[in-house]
Design a binder for this molecule. Sequence first.
Ligand SMILES: Cc1cc2nc3c(=O)[nH]c(=O)nc-3n(C[C@H](O)[C@H](O)[C@H](O)COP(=O)(O)O)c2cc1C
Length: 362
Amino acid sequence: MKKIILFLTIFLVLVIFPFFRTANPENRPGLSLEDTFWVYVRAVQNSDLKSLFSTVTDEEDFFFLTSRGQLIDSRQGYYKFHKDWFREKDWEMPVELLDFKEGKEYGYTTAIFHYKSRMPEGRRYGLDSYFTLIFHKEEGMWKVIGDVCTPVNRYFTDENEGIKYTSDQAYTLNIIKNRRTVRKFKPTPVPKEHILKILEAAHYAPTAGNQQPWKFLVIQDKKSLASLEKEALSWYLEEYKIRRKPTEEELAKTEEALQKVLANVLSAPVYVAVLVDSNAKYPDYILYDGTLAAGYLMIAARALGYGTGFFTSFFPEKKMKMFFKIPEQYQLICFTPIGVPEEWPEAPPKKKLEELIILESF
Ligand SMILES: Cc1cc2nc3c(=O)[nH]c(=O)nc-3n(C[C@H](O)[C@H](O)[C@H](O)COP(=O)(O)O)c2cc1C
């Protein structure tokens, strides 16, 4: 007898009670609008489509504005949206009811949800959004006929859950992280508007004493670039012969390989020679000023979807100044392409941040 009682107790605790605890209530005639709202919310939180749609109109006409601004105007669409969403795991969505009004035929609730989920790469993602549900009475039951979401905050968190990044912050940091040196481009043109936006960003870089010693020489002329390709090849080989004293065979091999590299490096539709004026007020700082502007240029270009490169060795300053008839007083910081990459290269290995950070003193 004791064994039977023990078995029944275990059965009730493990099987029956949890079932009752997790089973979601469904809508029924006579339920208040506020209680119907909580049936709706619990159903969402438990990914329970059946319980959720007991609170949704039976009519096909529906109005749902998602927090991404997408309009879904049918019950079927609303159903599919939730079905797809409920397949996702590892999310939670606490809800606060802010206000509600229960009229005779119509009513509404205004609430806020705090959606928390994980991105595929593991980062935590959050979305806070108001949502207003419009209810209509159908056969004695309150049924949702409209759902309007108004997002107020999107954010990401890394390890420290207390620190949130808005999508603007995460986007800016990602642009910096994803800038790449690109050495082969598509012929896709870069509109003048974009070139100006990129140079505008470059000219917001800091400079010593705000001296802004730059000139940005923009080159788009195809003939000029084709001629530069030939010249750059001869400049490099000239240097190579002096430095390496190669055999005929080595020279021919290097020339062939270099021709390909230069054709790729010079395949972009736009190039900018970043120059600094050595007659500036603080000439000792012009190299910093120029380099920072080049960095800003590269990040702005990345934000608009373009690859760049801080190219120096193929384009030696003396030769470039002669080629482009650059006045004596200017120094060349770098020659950078701006163009749509043939493909975005993988990031080259970067040192671990811990290797680079010294806290307080060496
Ligand atoms: C001062 C400086 C000079 C560089 N010179 C060249 C160059 O002559 N040719 C080239 O292909 N890349 C050049 N680069 C680009 C680097 O090779 C590139 O930044 C590095 O490999 C890291 O790749 P990432 O820019 O994609 O992060 C230069 C970069 C800097 C900062």
